[in-house]
Design a protein around this ligand. Structure first.
Ligand code: PLP
Length: 415
């Protein structure tokens, strides 16, 4: 009797994907068009949907789930903190936030951390800090921000206008001024545009959303030198490239070009919302008491989880495993491409990889992503012409091989 009622309750709960997806449009804002996959549970690099289909996840929730789905180590710290206290606000001294700040400062160039809840908020804070620092140290005239075409920095109005894709920022009324967008990796354009009125140059060491376009190290070195010459702050948006995704904790370590401000989010919480803006003690002085804030920033649940993510990454050999995994994935993609000739370039850094479609397949990245899904592989796009792969960092050699087989089959299905 008990067994039967348990079973019927369960099957009621286990409505199919389609039925649940049908409810989406009736109650959710129309700004997303999700696929008809309704996740039910996840483990490691695998995700099961409400119909019981299993997917190998090379998307990781858009480069977020660094330790995979529902990692035990994070469950433990989350449950422990949840049994103690969840929220304290910024009115009290927040020990979990101090611990996380200590860890982040110990692992990077930074000496101070500001916590918030999303990448956009971290960039919003970074841009406000840069403007404020210039205002206090050089005056109101020094307010210009240089950003790059195809850059992406979030969806608050300031950050989306700093991002270099007008399709995201047009149609929302007057934009904040003092922002210019230069061609990516173009040292001469930067030399010509930067001046003593520039307060900040902001860039992603690898443009993620804009097509997985790595910055040339020479370009980064030039940006650093030009910022120094004009007393402008160099901001690295490492929201997508950070937390080990490139094979280093932060991508700036590959070039040895150290920014003045770094923003981090996505993988930091392994799926729990948390973000940080990191900087030096001297620059941080411009965000004096009352100049900026966030009710939820530094949430204790988020901070203990992030601290554990960093511990796992840096103390278990996981970080060091990223480059060999990347080599395997890159080589496998090159091999399958030598048979199918679908991509003109396979680029990226670590486990953030973009496959540029050849002109024959122009505009079909979405279709290829869907074909991967049909093969049981979750992937991403970065614009209409780039298939983007960002598996969890805990992905195994065997899972990479399996993912490559699925991509191969997806590519064949598109021919
Ligand atoms: N910056 C970069 C480089 C990103 O890739 C993203 C998100 O894709 C953001 C900022 C915005 O982060 P969030 O969506 O958490 O606000």
């Amino acid at each position: 009797m008990t067994a039967i009622s348990h079973q019927s309750a369960n099957s009621e709960l286990r409505q199919g994907n389609q039925k649940i997806r049908a409810r989406h449009d009736n109650v959710m804002m129309p700004n997303y068009a999700p696929m008809e996959i309704v996740p039910d549970r996840g483990e490691g690099a695998w995700l099961w949907d409400r119909d019981g289909t299993r997917f190998l996840d090379f998307a990781a929730g858009i480069a977020v789930s660094a330790l995979g789905h529902a990692p035990k180590v994070l469950q433990e710290v989350l449950a422990d903190q949840a049994s103690r206290f969840w929220h304290v606000s910024n009115l009290m001294t927040n020990e979990p936030a101090i611990e996380l700040a200590d860890t982040l400062c110990g692992l990077t160039f930074a000496e101070r951390a500001f916590f918030c809840n999303s990448g956009a908020e971290a960039n919003e804070a970074a841009l406000k800090l840069a403007r404020r620092f210039a205002f206090e140290n050089a005056g109101a005239e020094k307010d210009e921000i240089i950003a790059f075409e195809n850059g992406f920095h979030g969806r608050t109005f300031f950050t989306v206008c700093v991002g270099g894709q007008e399709k995201y920022s047009n149609g929302f009324g007057p934009k904040p001024g003092g922002i210019s967008h230069l061609p990516w990796n173009d040292i001469s354009a930067l030399e010509e545009s930067i001046s003593d009125r520039t307060c900040a140059v902001i860039l992603e060491p690898v443009q993620g959303e804009g097509g997985v376009n790595p910055a040339d190290h020479n370009f980064l070195r030039a940006a650093r030198a030009l910022c120094d010459r004009h007393h402008a702050l160099l901001i690295f948006d490492e929201i997508q490239t950070g937390i080990g995704r490139s094979g280093k904790l932060y991508t700036y370590e590959w070039s040895n070009v150290v920014p003045d401000i770094l923003t981090t989010a996505k993988g930091l919480g392994g799926g729990f919302p948390v973000a940080a803006m990191l900087t030096t003690a001297r620059i941080s002085e411009s965000l004096a008491v009352g100049t900026h804030g966030s009710t939820f920033g530094g949430n204790p649940l988020a901070c203990v989880v992030a601290n554990r993510v960093l511990q796992e990454l840096t103390q278990t050999g996981l970080l060091e495993s990223v480059t060999p995994k990347s080599d395997q994935l890159m080589q496998g993609l090159a091999d399958l491409n030598s048979r199918h000739h679908m991509f003109t370039e396979i680029r990226g850094c670590g486990l953030l990889i973009g496959c540029q479609l050849s002109s024959t397949y122009a505009g079909r990245a979405g279709e290829l992503m869907k074909a991967c899904m049909d093969q049981g592989l979750l992937a991403l796009v970065a614009g209409p012409d780039v298939l983007r792969l960002a598996p969890p960092l805990i992905i195994t050699e065997q899972e990479i091989s399996s993912g490559l087989e699925k991509i191969d089959a997806a590519v064949v299905s598109l021919h």
